[in-house]
Unconditional design. Structure first.
Length: 385
């Protein structure tokens, strides 16, 4: 594939950082590497410009209402919207990719593709309804999501999950997925960053090489299981003082985590990718006790840095950690399950090392952006037949 133009609609994009944003960024990089031109259409949150070029990719931003502190941007159909749509309609796109179903932004993307006779696919990144940790709001949110998805299906009939677990979730909306476009990682980039580390976190925080370092990276949200992780860590530190927990990221729980910090619980805030790799390279165990995931980028990064993975059965992680030889998958993020899982991992250094080698090998063989780009190429070829 070469000289193809792909328009990617994603309600959130850089500089906001999350799994979907990183998926879009890395797919764009690989498309450009193969001689193609991606264009990203996203939301304007805060003082970001309506247009800029980021990482050699044109980025257009619709004005929006930043509901839920920006977690749910609701597109405005104003003069700027009309201006951007007019620009896009003059392009000759070979494919429209829609990230996630449940934004107004997504429906606009599907209608745009249909109106302009452009092949369109939607990529599913979740395995549960969007949650704001309020039962009443979550209930009405799920009704809204079902209604919006019914409209989506009128305008797009090709859906792909970033994991098999996402494809299973699509069946909840009576959608049969067309395939999988796995969340992935550039292993070679990570390897180079590990060789040229920008930070030594053990040295910086006076942590010995014999101590066990557990790390969480990602958005600091309740559904990521952070309260449970902190409670379990407190229990571990009652028994031993050679275990440390780093938490890197930003989100609703930043203040809560700061209140819980001590010599063994170390919040770092948001750090860039280079520092994430350096942190994971200094870590023994990566823990993501989430109850809602598609296929966590953080898990892939941890595997690339040869961390032992402890996570839940939610989402696509179990497609990387396929059995206990590859890491630890627990049924849910209850403290009753999380505590013994982490204690077992801490105490079994030899087993951890064996598992990290297997998970790293599986990562390299199955979850790379080259593989995803080739599948996107095949999808475009199918549409062009």
């Amino acid at each position: 594939m070469a000289n193809k133009k792909v328009c990617i609609f994603s309600a959130q994009h850089l500089p906001h950082m999350g799994g979907v944003e990183r998926y879009t960024l890395n797919l764009c990089k690989k498309l450009i590497e193969k001689g193609n031109e991606p264009v990203v259409v996203t939301s304007k949150i805060g003082d970001m410009p309506n247009f800029e070029i980021m990482h050699d990719t044109r980025v257009y931003r619709f004005n929006c209402y930043p509901f839920l502190k920006g977690r749910y941007p609701f597109l405005k159909k104003d003069s700027e919207y009309k201006k951007i749509i007019s620009i896009l309609e003059k392009e000759h796109f070979d494919l429209v990719i829609v990230n996630t179903r449940f934004y107004r932004h997504s429906l606009v993307a599907m209608k745009f593709a249909q109106k302009n006779h452009i092949p369109c696919i939607t990529i599913e990144h979740g395995t549960s309804h969007l949650s704001v940790n309020n039962k009443v709001l979550d209930f009405f949110g799920s009704i809204y999501e079902h209604g919006l998805t019914m409209l989506d299906k009128r305008h797009c009939d090709r859906y792909y999950g970033v994991s098999l677990a996402c494809n299973e979730w699509l069946k909840h909306f009576h959608i049969e997925a067309s395939g999988v476009l796995y969340n992935s990682i550039d292993v070679h980039e990570v390897d180079e960053l590990r060789k040229n580390k920008c930070e030594d976190y053990r040295k910086k925080y006076n942590i010995s090489k014999d101590a066990t370092v557990i790390t969480f990276t990602g958005r600091l949200l309740p559904e990521k299981g952070i309260p449970q992780l902190l409670n379990v860590m407190s229990e571990i530190n009652k028994k031993r003082d050679d275990v440390y927990l780093f938490i890197a990221g930003e989100g609703d729980l930043e203040a809560y985590i700061d209140q819980r910090k001590n010599d063994h619980i170390i919040p770092l805030g948001r750090i860039d990718f280079n520092h994430i790799v350096a942190l994971l390279d200094d870590s023994d165990i990566f823990c993501l006790p989430s109850f809602s995931e598609g296929f966590s980028t953080s898990v892939l990064e941890a595997a690339a840095c040869e961390c032992y993975i402890v996570t839940t059965a939610r989402g696509g992680s179990k497609e990387l950690v396929i059995n206990k030889d590859y890491g630890m998958i627990i049924e849910n993020n209850s403290e009753e399950l999380l505590l013994p899982a982490l204690e077992e991992a801490i105490n079994d250094k030899e087993g951890r090392i064996h598992a990290t080698k297997l998970s790293y090998q599986r990562l390299c063989e199955n979850f790379t952006w080259d593989t995803v780009e080739r599948k996107v190429e095949m999808i475009m070829d199918e549409f062009n037949k």
